[in-house]
Each structure stands twice: as C-alpha cells, then as structure tokens.
Design a protein around this ligand. Structure first.
Ligand SMILES: [Zn+2]
Length: 65
C-alpha cells in the first residue's frame, strides 16, 4: 500500500466512544466481534492526543465525509 495517508490525523469531535478511540471496537460502527484493522489516526478536537483507530471494513479509512 502506498504511504499516501495524510500526515495529520483526522480531527473529530469528542463524542466518540472511548473504546473506539482505544482501537477496541470499529471506529465507524462499533463492532467488536469482527476482524478489526488499522484505519489511521484521529485526534479529538481540543486535544493533542493522537489515537490509532481500527475499523471492521465498513469504511476504508477515517475520512470526515
Ligand atoms: Zn464497522
């Protein structure tokens, strides 16, 4: 995979479940019993903490679209 992911993490609002930020559940749908894979990084608005997130594949990456 070409390393073309953005250098800056996606900024999100702070209403996401902590388990999603911790990479313990799909960031997009919250699934925990599926195969989860790395989906980039996000940072909660107003914070500098960068989180490694995962998804089950329901979305390819954490685009704020
Ligand atoms: Zn999902």
């Amino acid at each position: 995979m070409p390393d073309t992911l953005s250098l800056a993490p996606t900024v999100i609002d702070g209403r996401v479940s902590i388990v999603r930020l911790h990479g313990e559940a799909c960031f997009d749908c919250g699934a925990v019993n599926k195969t989860l894979r790395e989906a980039g990084h996000v940072v909660v608005r107003g914070s500098t903490r960068v989180w490694q997130i995962v998804t089950c594949g329901c979305r390819s990456k954490a685009n704020a679209v």
